[in-house]
Design a protein around this ligand. Structure first.
Ligand SMILES: Cc1cc2nc3c(=O)[nH]c(=O)nc-3n(C[C@H](O)[C@H](O)[C@H](O)COP(=O)(O)OP(=O)(O)OC[C@H]3O[C@@H](n4cnc5c(N)ncnc54)[C@H](O)[C@@H]3O)c2cc1C
Length: 422
């Protein structure tokens, strides 16, 4: 729970939240429930960014960061394979270079273990916090506590897989090895090539990422919050701790501002002298509408970099990482690759209609979000950089952002998410 505002100032001057993605709306709703006057800005409406088209996985036991020891040896193989899980636009490489260097530096055993603890802290209460935000009835409608399956490659243990096991042990992750017959009994349509798998009983998913975000906005409006369909063009710090937002339509001043604009947060904050080490890992999905497959829970194939989730409107095949910045148009071939992989895993998979989407994961080089304030401006909060885990991390992020603004003790230690770590 979030307690009432510590200062009359925070209450009277109002809070602006930039971005109606999953992060902004979770923060906004916690702030509004604590009695603050909250206005959310987004030109695209609710769920216009990554929060629209993700895989919907709520993976409370997911705590393995992107940069891992021994991972770099795989990169040339991934890049050479047109069906591989990673692709880099050569024209974008020079822009991405500092981010990649930091990514490589974050891949030591010590730093990976440290990051895993911070991810675990951020993820483990995700379901409980969502339940608190939307209430029991909406929670039961939107979420499935089904567990998740992760397929394993046959072969000997590698350095990376040993580190992963250590990370799971240290974070008390609940994971069970599945026998081949159990896997095939649970998912009869899975290919005979799938022989080894792990089951994560505490993980689950939302049946609709879009509807989850829209529901959060609905809850905010019902609680008396405001939404303005406007693009914030400039954040202008003024005197006496007030900040003016200049939008494409209007301008207004606030006592507190939360920048939760996903992958676009970097360019919004740059004029304030804040250099966010934030880039985008572009990802894709293919929706198989009217799918022939009866899938009861999400199946992830980390080696091929994709997952299949049984959403309420079809099966969503989502994944891949494309490093190509915010401006390049989607490359439809990446979505075709996802569908090829899915058909390899589920040979009978067919649909009545297929739709594709590309979105921008807001990613930091160490896989941890940035939850902090602008240096010298404690009234301007930053909440972005949730990369691959934003749907899982959002409810706890929203809680701690609100607690920090209200001057109460955050539910988890926020030191690992400080901007100053870079
Ligand atoms: C293919 C794919 C699969 C994924 N699968 C999962 C998963 O299964 N589980 C999981 O936990 N995470 C997953 N993720 C990650 C997750 O989707 C993101 O981490 C999360 O959605 C980020 O939320 P956000 O609110 O920070 O950003 P966004 O959802 O991108 O929202 C940012 C919002 O800010 C708005 N905005 C930007 N600039 C401005 C401005 N100037 N003024 C006003 N508004 C502005 C945008 O319109 C946008 O609506 C996946 C991502 C992808 C791409």
């Amino acid at each position: 729970m979030v307690s009432a505002p510590a200062t009359a100032d925070a209450e009277s001057a109002g809070v602006a939240v930039i971005g109606a993605g999953i992060i902004g709306l979770c923060a906004a709703l916690y702030l509004r429930r604590a009695g603050l006057d909250v206005t959310v800005y987004d030109a695209g409406g609710a769920a216009a960014g990554a929060s629209f088209g993700n895989a919907g996985l709520i993976s409370i036991d997911s705590c393995v960061p992107g940069p891992m020891p021994g991972m770099v040896v795989n990169v040339p193989r991934w890049l050479a394979d047109p069906l591989g899980p990673l692709t880099i636009d050569p024209a974008y490489l020079p822009h991405m270079f500092p981010w990649l260097l930091r990514f490589l530096r974050a891949g030591t055993p010590g730093r990976a273990l440290q990051a895993s603890r911070a991810l675990n802290a951020m993820h483990r209460n995700s379901f409980d916090n969502y339940r608190e935000l939307v209430g029991n009835e909406r929670f039961d409608d939107l979420f499935r506590l089904s567990g998740q399956i992760q397929l394993l490659k046959s072969g000997p243990e590698t350095r990376a897989s040993r580190t992963v096991r250590k990370i799971w042990e240290q974070n008390r992750v609940e994971v069970e090895e599945m026998e081949e017959y159990e896997l095939h009994r649970l998912i009869p349509a899975i290919s005979p090539d799938a022989k080894r798998a792990l089951f994560f009983p505490r993980n689950g998913y939302t049946v609709s990422p879009r509807r989850l975000v829209e529901t959060l906005l609905q809850c905010l409006l019902e609680a008396g919050g405001r939404f303005r369909q406007e693009r914030v063009m400039r954040i202008v710090p003024e005197g006496a701790g007030r900040t003016r937002l200049v939008t494409n339509l209007d301008d207004a001043a606030f006592g507190k501002v939360v920048v939760s604009a996903g992958a676009w947060s970097r360019s919004l904050l740059a004029p304030l002298g804040v250099k966010l080490p934030l880039d985008t890992e572009r990802g894709y999905h293919v929706m198989v509408h009217g799918a022939s497959l009866d899938l009861r829970l999400p199946v992830l194939d980390r080696n091929r970099g994709f997952g299949a989730t049984p959403l309420e409107n079809g099966i969503r095949i989502a994944g891949t990482v494309e490093l190509a910045g915010l401006d390049k148009p989607p490359d439809i071939r990446r979505a075709d690759v996802l569908l090829d992989h899915a058909r390899h895993l589920f040979p009978t998979l067919r649909g009545e209609k297929y739709t594709m989407w590309m979105g921008f994961r807001p990613s930091t080089p160490d896989s941890l979000p940035i939850i902090d304030t602008v240096p010298g401006r404690p009234d301007i909060s930053i909440a972005c950089g949730h990369g691959h885990f934003g749907m899982t991390a959002a409810s706890t992020t929203g809680l701690v952002v609100a607690q920090k603004i209200l001057g109460s003790k955050p539910a988890i230690d926020v030191v690992p998410y400080r901007l100053g770590r870079f």
